[in-house]
Design a protein around this ligand. Structure first.
Ligand code: CAA
Ligand code: FAD
Length: 379
């Protein structure tokens, strides 16, 4: 088994690290404090190719593999998990879904803008009463011949106010249950489409999350992705890959916390020695390093499965389940290693701890990952 990264993968990792350290680090505390969307940073990420990494160059993408994407997600998440969730939704939910299942016309219309960062995409599945229970869609897309009439509300949508293109999941044929669901491409500005106010969040505060309201929105038939009734399968397929991205985000939050804690432990003295010489601190670092390495291997395994066209629903869910717990545990320990300094904003670890929590909730909670994993095991 070869655990070596290729030269190209190492170059992507180095470029992402350089970008995160030089462009994201400086303003990250202020963006978090004021819930400021990282517009300039996202523009640069588009220019550098981080927003459409796996899309074919034919549509303006980088044509890279999922392993490279995981490496870049880790580096960016070490510094700013708000930027990485925007990146993750755009890459693995919107661009991947469009390229894999969109018509040639849809791809040519939307992908070049989405990959360059000129426009941002959003993915709208969750509703006020349909989160984990995603088949219970109440948003309706009534078939009116040459268009769908869209009505309903979506909740918690990442890039909700800043996106221009939304992949919206809605029920067309309730009697067919999940087999009656469709996914429609909705553009900002369509009549009857309104975005709610930004949520005031615990973490990933730079990213904008809001509700979406659809009131008799007429969506042309050609905006449907895939065959009639393919929408739920589309959402599940897209999320299987999306979970690898969020696993990598969690990995980055964990390794970012660990790197800060390791450095601090060598600088801070207590009882006449650097705290890294106290065994209690050494053991915390040892636990962090071990679980982070295990999380990284799970993320890379899932990415390698996807790249090799093997099934990746289980390995992606395992990576997300484990990496998100690692993010939570490592960031809490990083705060502990920093003592009182860990409790204030200047030292970054309190933000990483707040950002970690969402990785156990979105793109399927940890409980849902266990359902996905156990169903695969018991098949
Ligand atoms: N690929 C293709 N199809 C799949 C699939 C997969 N990986 N997983 C399930 N399906 C299909 C099933 O085959 C089934 O279709 P058929 O009946 O035609 O065979 C259909 O989906 C329904 O599957 P289930 O019967 O298993 O459905 P369920 O009601 O038991 O729920 C679930 C399954 C896994 C719990 C699903 O509802 C789920 O994933 N819930 C979590 C929702 C979620 O992850 N939301 C994330 C929103 S996006 C987001 O969060 C973005 C962000 O924050 C940044
Ligand atoms: P619920 O489904 O109500 O779950 C509540 C609790 O019950 C959880 O602990 C859950 O694990 C547990 N639970 C539910 N069912 C079961 C079960 N069968 N067995 C065991 N436990 C169960 N959604 C989008 O569509 N697009 C986005 O871009 C997006 N971005 C988001 C960004 C943020 C910041 C947040 C907070 C959410 C985002 N979401 C998005 C929504 C997210 O995916 C949902 O919040 C998540 O899937 C959980 O749904 P819920 O909040 O309705 O919780």
């Amino acid at each position: 088994m070869d655990f070596q990264l290729t030269e190209e993968q190492l170059a992507v990792q180095a470029a992402a690290r350089e970008f995160a350290q030089t462009e994201l680090w400086a303003g990250v505390i202020e963006r978090d404090e004021h819930q400021k969307f990282p517009a300039e940073q996202i523009k640069k990420m588009g220019e550098l190719g981080f927003l459409g990494m796996m899309v074919s160059p034919e549509y303006g993408g980088g044509g890279m593999d999922t392993v490279s994407y995981v490496l870049a997600m880790e580096e960016i998440s070490k510094v700013d998990a708000s930027c990485s969730v925007i990146m993750s939704v755009n890459n693995s939910l919107v661009c991947w879904g469009l390229e894999k299942y969109g018509t040639e016309e849809q791809k040519r219309k939307y992908l070049p803008g989405l990959t360059s960062g000129e426009i941002i995409g959003a993915f709208a599945l969750s509703e006020p009463e349909a989160g984990s229970d995603a088949t219970s869609q109440r948003t309706t897309a009534e078939d009116k011949g040459d268009y769908y009439l869209l009505n309903g509300t979506k909740n918690w949508i990442t890039n909700g106010t800043t996106a221009s293109v939304y992949l919206v999941v809605a029920q067309t044929n309730p009697e067919l249950k999940h087999r009656g669901i469709n996914v429609l491409i909705v553009e900002k500005g369509m009549e009857g489409f309104v975005q709610g106010p930004k949520e005031n969040k615990l973490g990933i505060r730079g990213s904008d999350t809001c509700s979406l309201m659809f009131n008799d929105v007429k969506v042309p038939k050609e905006n449907r992705i895939g065959e009639d009734g393919f929408g739920f399968k589309f959402a599940m397929q897209v999320l299987a890959g999306g979970r690898i991205g969020i696993a990598a985000q969690a990995l980055g939050i964990a390794s970012g916390s660990y790197e800060l804690a390791l450095k601090y432990s060598k600088e801070r003295k207590a009882f006449g020695v650097p705290i890294s010489q106290h065994q209690a601190i050494q053991f915390k670092l040892a636990d962090m390093a071990t679980t982070i390495d295990a999380a990284r291997l799970l993320c890379l395994q899932a990415a390698a499965d996807k790249d090799a066209h093997r099934d990746y629903a289980k390995s992606g869910a395992m990576a997300k389940l484990f990496a998100s717990k690692t993010a939570m545990d490592s960031s809490v320990e990083a705060v502990q290693i920093h003592g009182g300094y860990g409790f204030v904003k200047e030292y970054h670890v309190e933000r990483l701890m707040r950002d970690a929590k969402i990785t156990q909730i979105y793109e399927g909670t940890s409980e849902i990952q266990k359902i996905v994993i156990s169903r695969e095991i018991l098949k």
